[in-house]
Design a protein around this ligand. Structure first.
Ligand code: NAP
Length: 308
């Protein structure tokens, strides 16, 4: 088996900006594996509906379990996916188990699944801040582990997801995990040490753009626009700027310079942002989020590990 090994300097070992299934000989085709989701919330829904919309797998290859909310299971069952509470039954033939519970529920969920996973099973954790070391200490030896950090734009197939795996993880399982998250957007392979930074940029990032857009709408109202037009103009401008940024070779600083004429309106706006130190505020926000992510991970490390 080929395995993943990285050196310290690698920032993003591999990336994909495409949707759909990756080619390449190291990929385990998604529909060759039964995938069980522990957690039936927003992320599980994004992944299951994304996989099925893209015909990347079939409902018969998917399982979803949760803790108590029947309503949440119904929408999965309506797609033909097997659902329930009985983890022993639902995980019995799973090749891949995706842990999609909130951080505060992760330790209990891991305790419940630990005895149900056999060596060779892949456990993909999407739990924010949950370190690979905690997973390794909670699960039997021989279970392969991968961490994924998607964002909430997975709901519309536009997540930026980072994936990290321990050295020695079979390459085809890393590729399989990347294919799984490619169903909901773009995927990048990084070292686990970068996940706090990733969380601060793309994990929390959608909220930064919502906040900017919210404020732009408020300002639009102040300069005389009605609520609907203010929102439409702000959202379309955000979408258009994102599309410009996605063009080959696009550079944000150059694009900004191109739309900033001397003594023009954009220059006046950017000068006001600079005087109010907007750049400092954005940088401080990202540093704060990264610190908080590290604190959350440290909280997991200090919890007692479960033995095999
Ligand atoms: N949503 C995203 O796009 C996104 C993006 C980045 C990271 N994440 C991470 O992904 C994880 C899931 O997020 P989410 O938004 O999907 O959460 P969510 O909507 O709150 O769903 C959590 C699910 O976990 C289930 N659950 C809790 N304890 C369980 C247990 N012991 N066994 C089985 N199921 C259990 C809940 O069951 P009930 O249905 O019975 O309540 C619920 O279905 C979080 O750790 C989050 O940080 C999510």
């Amino acid at each position: 088996m080929t395995s993943v090994a990285r050196n310290e300097s690698s920032q993003a070992d591999s990336s994909s900006t495409g949707r759909g299934l990756a080619g390449g000989s190291s990929t385990v085709s998604l529909d060759a594996r039964t995938i069980a989701f522990v957690g039936a919330g927003s992320l599980a829904w994004s992944l299951v509906s994304g996989l099925l919309e893209q015909s990347a797998t079939t409902p018969t290859r998917l399982r979803v379990c949760n803790r108590s909310d029947d309503g949440r299971l119904e929408r999965f069952a309506a797609l033909g996916v097997r659902t329930g509470r009985d983890k022993r039954d639902l995980l019995a033939d799973a090749h891949t188990v995706v842990l999609a519970v909130k951080p505060q529920d992760a330790a209990a969920a891991l305790e419940q699944v630990a005895s149900l996973l056999s060596p060779g099973t892949l456990l993909v954790s999407a739990v924010a801040g949950l370190p690979l070391s905690f997973l390794a200490a909670s699960l039997p030896g021989g279970v392969h582990l991968v961490r994924a950090m998607p964002n909430t734009s997975s709901l519309v197939g536009a997540s930026a997801t980072a994936v990290a795996a321990p050295d020695g993880t079979p390459q085809e399982l890393v590729a399989h995990t990347m294919d799984l998250f490619r169903a909901v957007g773009d995927v990048y392979l990084v070292d686990e040490t970068l996940l706090d930074a990733v969380t601060a940029v793309s994990g929390s990032g959608p909220a930064y753009f919502y906040y900017f857009t919210e404020t732009l709408i408020e300002a639009a109202r102040e300069v005389g626009l009605g609520p609907e037009l203010a929102k439409a103009l702000a959202v379309q401008t955000l979408q258009g700027a994102a599309a410009m940024l996605r063009q080959d070779g696009a550079d944000p600083a150059r694009l900004r310079a191109q739309v900033t004429s001397a003594r023009g309106t954009t220059e006046a706006a950017l000068r006001a942002m600079s005087e109010m130190r907007l750049a400092d505020a954005i940088k401080q926000a990202v540093h704060s989020a990264a610190r908080r992510s590290a604190e959350i991970s440290a909280g997991f490390r200090t919890q007692p590990a479960k033995g095999d």
